[in-house]
Write a protein that binds this ligand. Structure first.
Ligand SMILES: [Zn+2]
Length: 366
């Protein structure tokens, strides 16, 4: 979300329909559930019902759907047919996962769709559809709405698209009553974008950026492996990790004490243990991790285990780079990897100088 200092300015731009703000922000309207461009001709919402986003993807992930009037996903003066057809198709079946033949059925060329979406919104159509789907699925998790038994039996919402999107990822809610286990999921806003945390009352199972590719399958695997239903809710481990992430992002600490539940093969667990031994501010190569495990030739398996990490930041898979010094991959995206590594190289100094400051102030006070 856009920082508070800009929100008033953007709200003013929204009231005045200022064209120079096109592309700078999108506004989600809480009362209607749609997001708009700054120049939308519709009646303007009250400030307290607005949420401002820098990208359309963020607005989608926050469960907003594109406004029918200002069509925030089209060029201001030109509505592309391809974009319109696809956006409408997504609204008809928001829970759908798109495959090649789906494009053919709509007589839309997949590569044209990819290009047009990428050029205008910085994401491909498949990413758009995923963001919309995840936004819907995570709507209750984001609002922190607790699901009570009556809701479970009557369904979440009248919209079957929403129910299906949620159920496909989090598991069919009604079966909860017969499930042995329940895991709870919460939404955590961070400097690098929203994350989802899934936990039992005892330990954290999953922590990922909401826009991470493959998150849906990750959550599904977790659900199947643990034979659990996942419902929106808060637990002690989630409260703790939220606190620790705050401290981490403000540069005050790089230590995490939240109890973790690692679900992986013995080899994966060994790799993750190694990752947690890499000090903040340093990096290792896949080959170095493999050597540390006494299996120097297993660096590909190490890379795979690295990618299978479900606890972003806490298990610092971002600290593993290629042997040639290149960044390598990152499930949460390379921009985030770069940011995290940069951030971890600076905190000690930051801590020292802020401690010094506190010290000085303390002396003034005494
Ligand atoms: Zn609009």
């Amino acid at each position: 979300m856009i920082s508070p200092e800009y929100q008033q300015e953007y709200y003013q731009a929204l009231l005045e329909k200022k064209t120079e703000y096109e592309g700078l922000f999108y506004v989600g309207v809480k009362t209607t559930g749609v997001f708009c461009r700054p120049t939308c001709p519709a009646r303007k919402p009250k400030f307290e019902n607005c949420e401002f986003y820098a990208t359309a993807q963020e607005a989608l992930l926050a469960s907003y759907r594109p406004c029918q009037r200002c069509r925030p996903l089209s060029h201001p003066n030109h509505v592309s047919d391809v974009v319109r057809i696809l956006v409408e198709a997504v609204e008809k079946e928001p829970e759908k996962r798109w495959r090649e033949e789906d494009f053919r059925q709509l007589s839309v060329d997949e590569s044209t769709a990819r290009r047009q979406f990428k050029k205008r919104f910085g994401m491909t159509f498949v990413e758009y559809a995923r963001a919309r789907r995840m936004g819907l699925a995570l709507k209750h998790i984001r609002s922190g709405q607790t699901v009570i038994d009556t809701q479970l039996s009557t369904g979440y919402e009248s919209s079957s698209g929403f129910r299906d999107a949620f159920a496909r990822i989090m598991g069919a809610a009604p079966t909860l009553l017969t499930e042995d286990r329940v895991l709870k999921a919460s939404w955590i806003d961070t400097t690098l974008g929203p994350m989802i945390a899934v936990s039992s009352e005892e330990a954290l199972y999953l922590l990922e950026f909401v826009d991470r590719r493959g998150l849906e399958r990750e959550v599904e695997r977790l659900r199947i492996k643990t034979k659990s239903a996942i419902i929106p809710g808060m637990t002690e481990p989630i409260r703790l990790i939220e606190q620790e992430l705050n401290t981490y992002f403000s540069g005050k600490s790089t230590t995490f004490t939240t109890p973790l539940q690692l679900l992986g093969s013995p080899f994966q667990q060994q790799v993750w243990d190694q990752l947690m031994k890499i000090p903040a501010g340093e990096t290792r190569s896949y080959a170095q991790i493999a050597s540390a495990l006494g299996k120097p030739s297993a660096f590909r398996a190490v890379a795979q285990a690295n990618g299978a990490n479900q606890l972003a930041i806490v298990i610092p898979c971002h600290r593993v780079i290629n042997s040639n010094g290149e960044l390598g991959g990152y499930g949460g995206g390379l921009t985030r990897k770069t940011w995290l590594l940069q951030h971890e190289r600076t905190p000690l100094q930051a801590i020292q100088s802020s401690n010094a400051l506190i010290h000085e102030q303390g002396e003034y006070n005494s």
